[in-house]
Design a protein around this ligand. Structure first.
Ligand code: NAP
Length: 291
């Protein structure tokens, strides 16, 4: 089989860097992208990956031009991994709105714009797989997670819409999946990042301090193994290894904590549907039978 061509966003560290290294080791071709690529992706040059500077917050026109550049490198793009993302924290009342918008710009609109640019190439090829790195936070809002979780909820919707549109219009020639990891050992919680800023409203400061301490303690102690996590995602995206012989699922939790959190949300939602079914279904228009 011909080597696949991967386009991966956010490759300076964490999941993105692992995707590059593991896919190159499998014999595939990789276009590794990231912002300030000349310095931040320099450590990937020796892998043989093609390196492309791509900040996913640039305008849609600029993204289309970058993706066109990427397409010319190997003449096709088989798998897109929308990985670039970061964490903004802060309680709903306390966080400045522009920080929520910044989070959506990168984590949601970045993936949306890159995907829109890649779709015409994949439709032309009549094949392709697009993976989104969502989160267990895309199912449940936690305290201080409005900026991050709203961006990951929006990605869930994006993946659903694309699946439905390509099923209805293009015979599923491009397939989509959103991964929903729990906590994995990457740089996302690195203490060098401004994860928790001082509160704007004094009443929130004790909460922010507890949060900062919790995130600090989490870093390096996350339950998820980065190398295994990426290996399983590659299995799923390529239908090989542990995913051999299985249909690409539309979404997939990753890690025990991701599984437990998402299962709990599903079970709680089902219970609401069952406990309140009488009231819920009592709102339908009643059509009187004609005499
Ligand atoms: N690790 C976890 O526990 C976990 C759990 C669920 C989901 N995720 C998701 O996994 C994805 C990867 O994160 P990670 O855990 O691997 O953390 P990471 O090591 O911090 O990697 C994040 C990557 O995203 C890049 N990025 C951020 N903003 C960008 C932008 N505007 N344009 C292009 N690249 C940008 C970063 O580049 P810079 O170096 O330039 O900042 C970095 O390469 C994210 O979407 C994250 O939300 C992670």
């Amino acid at each position: 089989m011909e080597p696949r061509v991967w386009l991966i966003t956010g490759c300076s560290s964490g999941f993105g860097e692992q995707f590059v290294r593991q896919n190159i080791a499998r014999g595939d071709k990789v276009i590794a992208t990231g912002r300030n690529a000349a310095t931040k992706l320099a450590h990937l040059k020796d892998t043989g990956a093609a390196i492309l500077d791509l900040d996913v917050t640039i305008s849609e026109a600029e993204i289309f031009s970058k993706i066109n550049e990427a397409h010319q490198i190997y003449g096709r793009i088989d798998v897109l991994v929308n990985n670039a993302g970061y964490i903004e924290s802060g309680a709903v009342e306390d966080i400045f709105i522009d920080r929520i918008q910044r989070s959506l710009d990168t984590n949601f609109f970045g993936s949306l714009k890159v995907t829109r640019a890649v779709l015409s190439i994949m439709r032309e090829q009549k094949s392709g797989v697009v993976g989104f790195i969502g989160s267990m936070g895309g199912w449940t809002g936690y305290p201080a997670s409005i900026a991050y979780s709203s961006s990951k909820f929006a990605l869930e919707c994006l993946a659903d819409c694309l699946q439905a549109e390509f099923a209805a219009l293009f015979e599923n020639c491009v397939r989509f999946i959103i991964f929903e990891p729990g906590y994995f050992r990457t740089e996302v919680f690195a203490p060098t990042k401004p994860l928790v800023l001082p509160a704007n409203i004094p009443g929130y400061e004790p909460f922010n301090q507890v949060l900062a301490k919790g995130l600090n303690e989490l870093y390096g102690n996350e339950a998820g193994d980065l190398v295994k996590g990426v290996a399983r995602m590659i299995d799923v995206l390529t239908g090989t290894g542990m995913a051999a012989g299985k249909e690409l699922p539309p979404r997939l939790p990753l890690g025990t904590d991701g599984l437990e959190s998402i299962r709990a949300k599903c079970q709680a939602t089902l219970k609401i549907c069952e406990d309140w079914e009488d009231l819920i279904t009592s709102t339908d228009v009643v059509i009187e039978a004609k005499q």
